[in-house]
Design a protein around this ligand. Sequence first.
Ligand code: OAD
Ligand code: ZN
Length: 315
Amino acid sequence: MRPVLLQSAFTQRLLNQGQLTRWKDVWSCFAANFYKKSSDIPSNSLPAIAKYMADTSKNVLVMAGAGLSTHSGIPDFRSPGTGLYDNLQQYNLPYPEAIFDLGFFVRDPRPFLSLAKELYPGKKYRPNLGHYLARLINEKGKLLRMYTQNIDGLERLAGLPPEKLVEAHGGFSSASCISCFKEHDPDETREAIFRGEVIRCTNGKCKGLVKPDIVFFGEALPDRFFLYQDDVLWADLLIVIGTSLEVYPFAAIADEVPHDVPRLLLNRDVVGSFGMRKHDTIVTCDIIEGVTRLAKELGWHEELMELYTKHEPCT
Ligand code: OAD
Ligand code: ZN
């Protein structure tokens, strides 16, 4: 595992004051030269970006967050009132993000374990049009990779192949000990969590806490996340959908994409550095509305609806 840990925007800002900024500039400069002439690239309008996507783009990078799954019935984290972090009073936490904080988990694993019981992927939630759009981009041969922060597994349920997906904040499909990292059976872990039990490691005398492999604040991201270092070189379009871009290092991908590469934001709010680049297109609306408008502009709307209505979610 590489020593890059999940952290909030605040921590990341402090880090960025050092070497990282210079490194980023060198990188952007190299990558901008590597790419096509900026006169070829559309910006600032959904029809223009859709035309570019349909006619030219071959390597679309998608970044997603919790906003993508709200229409599947799963709340996001930071929307005032409805977001998970505004609705954790029952767990008596010192601050909302403590529920995903490794240090706090060691002191008291019960709040996370009872939330996990609610969040476990199952038959309760099904993918929505946004998830199927990612699949359709792939079926059109244009998806380079989808990076998601979501732990709900809905991209896989929508039929996105594993090699095209990076679940940057992990998920429930594996489990391990937080002390010795021994892998534990995910089904047994799930059953124990459903029985309301705190699970302890069975590796010798370890007795460390076991949890599903969801990345907590203070934990390293999966190795697979670092595919982004190559992917940003190949991307010819970035679509960011349903994320506040508040959590690092995930959020940094949006800035690692070279300046000449068009970026499209489909989100209720303007987030991250969107709006600061010439080739940014910002569509502030509800996700399903944004996805529908994009699909129509692409001429893919019928196919998207067919996928959505006919596809039986994969298990
Ligand atoms: P956030 O809750 O921070 O951001 C969700 C974004 O989606 C916000 O900008 C919302 O305005 C937008 N949004 C929500 N519903 C929408 C809708 N129907 N239409 C349009 N926009 C909508 O969620 P993330 O960015 O995913 O970490 O949060 C990142 C990480 O913070 C999560 O992965 C999680 C959390 O701590 C872990 O679980 C480890
Ligand atoms: Zn252990």
